[in-house]
Design a protein around this ligand. Sequence first.
Ligand code: FES
Ligand code: FES
Length: 182
Amino acid sequence: MAHHPFTPQEQAAALPLHTLALRINGEQRTVEVQSWVTLLDLLRERLRLTGTKKGCDHGQCGACTVLVDGRRINSCLALAVMHDGADITTVEGLPALTGAMGDGLHPLQQAFIDHDAFQCGYCTPGQLCSAVGLMNEGGVRHDGDIRERMSGNLCRCGAYPQIVKAVAEVALADAARGGEAP
Ligand code: FES
Ligand code: FES
């Protein structure tokens, strides 16, 4: 029988670390990660940004949605090393996007409160980041667009009607002001 000289732990320890320069919620960070570390685990486990949630860990629920260079992605499916140099925004960084300071909230966060758009709140950070990404993409005209384009974000509590109302309040007003991309 073949003899393996190294245990899996020894082999992992021998693999090189990758140094990444990331801008996270407006702050420049340098981190060292193994090649297999997901962006989600880097954010939650290493940087203690636990607002971003791990639901399915398989790209199916949207709880882990964050913004990378303004575009929404499932961070559980993204390897951190793929995003060296990226500008990342998590739910913790949303207020700063609108210049809100201190206890200020992003308008979407306020709209979620105003419309009772969450129950347990576990899906909410992903819903919020996804909604910001949707607004960045532009072209939202009505509730149907919002339902379709938020469909990658599941809510086990079923708060969908209120979520759509909250997103519509902000996204449709933004679109009416010409905030959508051409
Ligand atoms: S945790 Fe990433 S999509 Fe579910
Ligand atoms: S509010 Fe509970 S999962 Fe959405």
